[in-house]
Design a protein around this ligand. Structure first.
Ligand code: 13P
Ligand code: G3H
Ligand code: ZN
Ligand code: ZN
Length: 308
């Protein structure tokens, strides 16, 4: 049982052809739902914190809840900064005890991304913290930057980028995007790019952002009980499974947690109109998150017993 970096997790995941789930955390119920599922499956996990979550909950609240989760469950947990924008934020979370940071320089040009990422890597490695970087741009809104089209990661650039920066893992763009509306038509991912990067960087862990599957059941439940979420579509489970068997070692999911939580809350409150005890409705949300994460481990990630 420990607070760990992702180093050993990724080594085992790569060899075992599975991936580790990286779930965004914002409050206690999300943390508990996720780690209870991981405990029940004996799975390692990454809990990741966006700058929005840092603002909402604060690094110390989140870190102390994660410490409690480790104590309670005994599972291996890495605490990771998601889409870190600058060195200042990186310094702040390392100070709070995070074991892994992402620097997202994907919206800079290649040379600037290399330079800034290298600076973060030097700072983090000197403190025993690992670094995820990003190359290529996901379509949609990312880090407050809107991109109409995917800018797929070029395998040549990926190899050069990893060699020059020394980053520990790399997020690539192969057609996924953030949020609940990933594809207008038939879902398609560029597996040829992932395959080539995997061949050119053997043993190197690749990260897939925007990897929520968007449960149609959760969307339907939201809509049945007062929601208005139209045309939501995620990455098909089989594609995520395939990516996990390839070089992808970290699968990022936030939207799926949001949908599970919202569906459970809407349903509970609609069906129990006289109830106003937060422990009842937040408890229902926590339970739904746990069920979601257990299904992820079983059907998508393949990370059960990764603690053994
Ligand atoms: O990539 C993510 C966080 O970095 C989350 O992606 P989703 O929006 O698909 O859940
Ligand atoms: O990549 C983005 C994550 O889904 C986090 O979203 P957020 O910035 O709204 O917390
Ligand atoms: Zn980005
Ligand atoms: Zn992301």
């Amino acid at each position: 049982m420990a607070l760990v970096t992702t180093k050993e997790m990724f080594r085992k995941a790569y060899e075992g052809k599975y991936s580790i789930g990286a779930f965004n955390i914002n409050d206690m119920e999300i943390i508990q739902g996720v780690v209870n599922a991981c405990k029940s499956r004996n799975s390692a996990v990454i809990l990741q914190v966006s700058t929005g979550a840092l603002k909402y909950a604060g690094p110390d609240y989140l870190m102390n809840m994660v410490d409690a989760a480790i104590k309670e469950t005994g599972i291996d947990i890495a605490v990771h900064l998601d889409h870190g924008p600058d060195l200042e934020t990186v310094k702040k979370v390392i100070e709070a005890g995070f074991t892994s940071v992402m620097f997202d320089g994907s919206h800079y040009d290649f040379e600037e991304n290399v330079r800034l990422t290298k600076e973060i890597v030097d700072y983090a490695h000197a403190r025993g913290v690992v670094v995820e970087a990003e190359l290529g741009v996901l379509a949609g809104v990312e880090d407050d930057v809107q991109s109409e089209k995917h800018v797929y990661t070029q395998p040549d650039e990926a190899v050069e980028f990893v060699q020059r920066t020394g980053c520990d893992s790399l997020a690539i763009a192969i057609g996924t995007s953030h949020g609940a509306f990933k594809f207008a038509g038939t879902p398609e991912l560029k597996f040829d790019i992932l395959e080539e990067i995997g061949n050119r960087l053997p043993g190197y862990p690749i990260v897939l952002h925007g990897a929520s599957a968007v449960s149609q059941e959760h969307v339907a439940t939201c809509n049945q009980f007062g929601g208005a979420i139209k045309g939501a579509q995620g990455v098909p489970k089989e594609m995520l499974r395939k990516a996990s068997e390839m070089a992808v070692c970290k699968v990022n999911m936030d939207t799926d947690i949001r949908l599970a939580m919202t569906a459970a809350l809407r349903k509970f409150l609609a069906e129990n109109p006289s109830e106003f005890d937060p422990r009842k409705y937040m408890g229902a949300a926590r339970k739904e998150i746990q069920k979601l994460v257990e299904e992820k481990i079983d059907d998508v990630l393949g990370s059960a017993n990764s603690m053994a």
